[in-house]
Design a protein around this ligand. Structure first.
Ligand code: PLP
Length: 219
């Protein structure tokens, strides 16, 4: 069943959009099933759960940390994480850099922006990100690589609002690209879209969708 769901989601993706299968709360055996069907990118939002699954599953899985990350937990994932989607503060980015130094990696990160109307969703405002990117302290971080942006739309039935929020994120991506990463080909990802809104996100330029329940079933 979950393989069929995976294939359905894959078939609905437009060209050059990559799929992160969000496996949070689901057993490692489900991940193995999708791995056997060819899926390699999986997303988790809790560090401990991600590490436990990393330890028992094939080593060529690309692990994406998609949720809020606490600074004191970076060290557990720094040696192997493929992409950290939820970088929402300068403090966190500095901590990731520090752990990158320790394990001699350049850790790929996305800057999370607050685009939803809900108060609870984490993320930079555009001004905060701009201030960070302009600082000398940022330029000195040699063990993180900013690969793009991430955001979550409001949980709403109002599709126009969802369109607008994703447009906002795409706009931030383009502004930041042109101001800070013009000649950096690594800065290319817009991680937006979940089960309920990834089709809208793709229409608004998403390059990476994070889909959980449409593949694994409800949590
Ligand atoms: C859980 C989660 C998803 C996937 O949500 P679904 O609605 O199950 O597809 C995507 N992104 C983040 C940040 C999440 O926490």
């Amino acid at each position: 069943m979950i393989v069929k769901n995976l294939v359905n989601v894959q078939d609905s993706l437009i060209e050059n959009v990559s799929l992160i299968a969000v496996s949070k709360t689901k057993p490692a055996s489900d991940i193995q099933t999708l791995y056997d069907a060819g899926q390699r990118a999986f997303g988790e939002n809790k560090v401990q759960e991600l590490v436990e699954k990393y330890e028992v599953l094939p080593k060529d899985i690309e692990w994406h940390l998609i949720g809020h990350l606490q600074s004191n937990k970076v060290k557990y994932i720094a040696p192997f994480v493929h992409l950290i989607h939820g970088v929402d503060s300068f403090k966190l980015l500095k901590e990731i850099n520090k752990e990158g130094v320790k394990c001699n990696r350049i850790i790929p990160c996305l800057l999370q922006f607050h685009i939803a109307q809900e108060e609870t969703k984490f993320g930079f405002s555009f001004e905060e990100a701009q201030e960070m990117l302009e600082s000398n302290e940022f330029v000195e971080l040699q063990h993180v690589a900013i690969h793009g942006v991430m955001g979550m739309a409001s949980f709403t039935e109002d599709e126009n609002q969802i369109h607008e929020e994703f447009q906002t994120l795409h706009n931030y991506f383009q502004l930041i690209k042109s101001h800070f990463f013009k000649f950096n080909s690594d800065f290319k990802e817009i991680s937006m879209g979940m089960s309920g809104d990834y089709k809208i996100a793709m229409e608004e330029g998403s390059t990476m969708v994070r889909v959980g329940s449409s593949i694994f079933g409800s949590r």
